[in-house]
Design a binder for this molecule. Structure first.
Ligand code: FAD
Ligand code: DHB
Length: 390
């Protein structure tokens, strides 16, 4: 088999790039290790930047997002019961975010790929990129007993944090920066009316909590838990009780509880791999960088990688101009590090760190006080949350 661009990973990054390239007549194949049902069963991001939404529209996948997604002009930060609003619209010069689930967005991308007869190969086992430094790279995968070879011009590693792409870059070339946080987020999805029309990020001495949503009938809640906890440690009742304790009393009183339809724990990690290019392999999204979810930057950072890569590949194929490909790693990393900084800042300010010094606790408290006393500080939060320009 031969294609122009072989894309490893059928998550949002891989599918979005595949769709955008196809629309420009650039041939590509997506290789996904899991089944489609498995990919769509993962509950992840919920908050999208307008830049991401714009890219969805450009990929001709924005119709349902525009119909069903909610525009959010602000969110709340609760500090041990004291709730204050961050006005994103006012402080970002009129911008906002879109609340639309990653599951739905991925479903829309799959449907668009199907409609255009895009090639997305599921259950591709043992995917392996080869000869990345040569002009004739290729990718192999196994389906049952058969090993299939795909020759290509470029390989895109969009296979998430645990994928094979990053690992195929030699250790002496790749530099990895990592920070692991001493807690995780326990997330619950429930078919209940959200407790608040806007998100509530709650700082509390018992630990962080987040009230989010997917629609007016589907709620998504998270609480900070120790890394040693498992999902089995948390019955629905125990989860709701703990969430209520971390919210302001009037919010806790309004909270509608119900059976969880999904419950999972995500560890919090910051990670960046440099460079994002090795020969003819280009990394994108979680394959190259991870953020703790607090600032809602993960998927949005993946989108900016895809934006740069898409334009670079179009310039290569349509104009013979390789500047975009040559500058990809540096350009993507510049924005990635800003998302890292913002996610680290939000995480540090809002979480309770085990064994933290009283001095550090005072500082994170002061960070919040400063934030709400300064229009400029709120401006900085808002411009990062709605998304820095691509
Ligand atoms: P992935 O979604 O990980 O997709 C990679 C794909 O590659 C997967 O389908 C995987 O099966 C496949 N794959 C892996 N290995 C191989 C292999 N060897 N061969 C073939 N295929 C392979 N981000 C936000 O912007 N906003 C939010 O509100 C937000 N909330 C979050 C909440 C939680 C609880 C979590 C965990 C994450 C959140 N994120 C958020 C982050 C966001 O979900 C990720 O950044 C996003 O999924 C990255 O997309 P991706 O396509 O790069 O990687
Ligand atoms: C969601 C996740 C986040 O990390 C965040 O900051 C906001 C919302 C969510 O899953 O809805």
């Amino acid at each position: 088999m031969r294609t122009q661009v072989a894309i490893i990973g059928g998550g949002p990054s891989g599918l979005m790039l595949s769709q955008l390239l196809h629309l420009k007549g650039i041939d590509n194949i997506v290789l996904e290790r899991q089944s489609r049902e498995y990919v769509l069963g993962r509950i992840r991001a919920g908050v999208l930047e307008h830049g991401f939404a714009k890219l969805m529209r450009e990929a001709q996948c924005g119709e349902r997002m525009d119909r069903e997604g909610e525009i959010h002009d602000g969110f709340y930060i609760s500090d041990n019961g004291n709730m204050r609003r961050v006005d994103l619209h006012k402080h970002s010069g009129g911008s906002s975010v879109v609340v639309y689930g990653q599951t739905e967005l991925t479903r829309d991308l799959y449907e668009a790929r199907d409609k255009m007869n895009g090639v997305v190969i599921h259950n591709a086992e043992d995917v392996q990129p080869h000869d990345l430094k040569s002009d004739q790279p290729y990718v192999t995968y196994r389906k049952g007993d058969e090993v299939v070879r795909i020759d290509c011009d470029y390989v895109i590693g969009a296979d998430g944090f645990h994928g094979v792409s990053r690992k195929s870059i030699p250790r002496d070339v790749l530099k990895e920066y990592e920070k692991v946080y001493p807690f995780g987020w326990l997330g619950v999805l429930s078919r209940t009316k959200p407790v608040s029309p806007e998100l509530i990020y709650a700082k509390h001495e018992r630990g962080f909590a987040l009230c989010s949503l997917r629609s007016q009938v589907l709620s998504r809640y998270y609480i900070q838990v120790p890394l040693t906890d498992t999902v089995e440690d948390w019955s629905d009742d125990k989860f709701w009780d703990e969430l209520k304790r971390r919210l302001p009393a009037d919010v806790a009183e309004r909270l509608v509880t119900g059976p969880s339809i999904e419950k999972s724990i995500a560890p919090l990690r910051s990670f960046v791999a440099e460079p994002m290019r090795y020969g003819n392999l280009f990394l994108a999204g979680d394959a190259a960088h991870i953020v703790p979810p607090t600032g809602a930057r993960g998927l949005n950072s993946a989108a900016s990688d895809i934006y740069y890569l898409y334009h670079a590949l179009v310039a290569h194929y349509k104009e013979g101009d390789d500047t975009g490909l040559d500058n990809y790693s540096a350009k993507a990393l510049a924005r990635v590090w800003k998302a890292q900084r913002f996610s680290w800042w939000m995480t540090t300010m809002l979480h309770t760190f085990p064994d933290s010094l009283p001095y550090d606790q005072k500082l994170s408290q002061t960070e919040l006080e400063y934030l709400f006393s300064s229009e400029r500080a709120q401006g900085s939060l808002a411009e990062n949350y709605v998304g820095l320009p691509f």
